[in-house]
Each structure stands twice: as C-alpha cells, then as structure tokens.
Design a protein around this ligand. Sequence first.
Ligand code: CAA
Length: 259
Amino acid sequence: MDYNHLLVKTENNISVVTLNRPEALNALNKELLNELSLFLEAAESNPEIRVIILTGSGEKSFVAGADIKEFSDFDGREGELLSREGQKRVFDKIENLSKPVIAAVNGFALGGGLELAMSCHFRIASDNARLGLPEVTLGLIPGYGGTQRLPKLVGKGRAAQMIFTAEMISAQRAYEIGLVNEVVSQAELLERAQTIATKIASNSSTAIAKAIQTLNASDSDSGFDLEIKSFGELFETADFKEGVAAFLEKRKADFSHRN
Ligand code: CAA
C-alpha cells in the first residue's frame, strides 16, 4: 500500500515505519493519523510482521505533536472528536496491537508525539531527543492519552511537573525517570531498535501477544486472573510444544508463530 506520510519497510519480520512530514517536524495531521491507523490494521493481520518500529523522518524530530494548524479553529465538539477518534484509531490500537511496537525517538517528541511514543510498548531514544507535553502553553491539556500514560510510566508527581511546566526534558533525564529504556547516539538508534526487534521476533509471537494483553491488564483488577488464564491457554499451542521440545533436545526453537 502507498502512503503519503508514512515510509514503511518490512524485512526479516520487522516493519520500520517512518512518520514522514519533515516540513512540519512530522506533526500528526488527519491524513498521517489515518494512514497510521490503516497500517496498524494491515499489520495486525499480516503474519509476516512480528515487530514494528516507529520513528520520525529527519534528524530533528520524532513527532512535534498534533498538527496545531489543523485544529486552530476547532470548537469544543471538534476538539473532543479529535481526541476520541485519535485515541481509538491510533493510540489505543498501538497499545493493544498483538505485536510489539517500539518507539525509536530520534528528536523532538512533544505533545501528541510523546503521547504516540508512550502508546508504544517501550521506547528507546537518541541522545539529542527532547521530550515534553507542551499543551498547556496552547491552553490545552494532552489529548492523546498523555495524562493517563505518563503517570503510569514516571509517577504522578513527575507527570504533573512535566504537564504543568510544559518543559522539555533531555533523553538522559527521560532515561533516569523510566520514560525511555535506553539512550544511544542518533547514528546507532535504528540499528539498536532493529537488534532488539530481531531478538523479539525470534521468540514465540503467540506468547508475546498474550504477554501484551496481560501487561496491558496490569492496571486493572483482572490482571492476575488474565495472566492465569493466558498461561494455561499457552500450554495448548504449537509454540509451547516446540519451545519445550527444543529446550529438552538442546537446540534452538523454531516457532511456527501460530496458535
Ligand atoms: N503542528 C504544526 N506544525 C508544526 C508543529 C505542530 N505541532 N510543530 C512544528 N511545526 C512546523 C512549524 O510551524 C514550522 O513550519 P513553518 O516553517 O511552515 O512555519 C516547522 O514545523 C518547523 O518548526 P519550527 O520553525 O518551529 O522549528 P524550531 O526548531 O524553531 O522549533 C519546536 C521546534 C520547538 C518543536 C517547535 O516547532 C514547537 O514548539 N512545535 C510545537 C510543539 C507543540 O506545542 N506540540 C504540541 C501540539 S498540541 C498536541 O499535541 C495536542 C494533543 O495532545 C492531542
């Protein structure tokens, strides 16, 4: 499929998706979000794709937020719709995808850009990355899940400071507070993301899909029950039989990646 604002390259079961609106620092406009939503739907049902890496084009920005020019004349109803539809069609879809999505944060991750990175399953960053939620400088609050995901990642106090001050933090500070898992040089960023993705792609995708579901339930009352049920269900899969047989036969597992 051809996209106007996404560059997609799939190799060795890993899709690298580059958000590509460099003239606007990859800000999320309607068309880009729509394309991302379509890509995610296609990726979900494509067995060739086991891991997704999201990054931004150019060396300056991952994503500089929602497209401010596009919503500048919105009223309350349109604002609510932007937030609701965006969350449903993209941000929640990423979080609940059955395949891991890694954010490779290669520069500014601001507003909706940081929210996009936070909806991914984890984040690695280049050392020039700057992360923040500047919405209050526009008279807004984060609308793509930022008030909910940031406190879960860094604690309510740190999230409150970032949201109230609108200040950007460095990649190093983001690492210190657990917002990103690793910081590497920009030249190494994609290679490091690919190395992690390759490791993930060699494991059972059936088990990883269950791991995503149960991790996502960790904030709910049903998390432990879901873990117990999912653990049991995995004993019925071909990947379990292969994984255990490979261990006993002292060889590397060759997963079918099917239930
Ligand atoms: N929306 C639309 N266009 C944007 C944009 C955005 N979020 N961020 C940058 N751009 C555009 C600029 O308007 C500029 O385009 P023109 O040359 O046509 O004017 C181009 O990208 C380059 O940007 P700058 O000249 O501003 O670059 P800079 O290096 O001087 O500054 C920056 C970089 C600090 C990231 C600055 O661009 C900036 O502050 N951007 C806005 C960040 C922001 O407020 N994000 C939150 C958006 S609201 C949101 O996301 C709501 C939500 O939660 C749903």
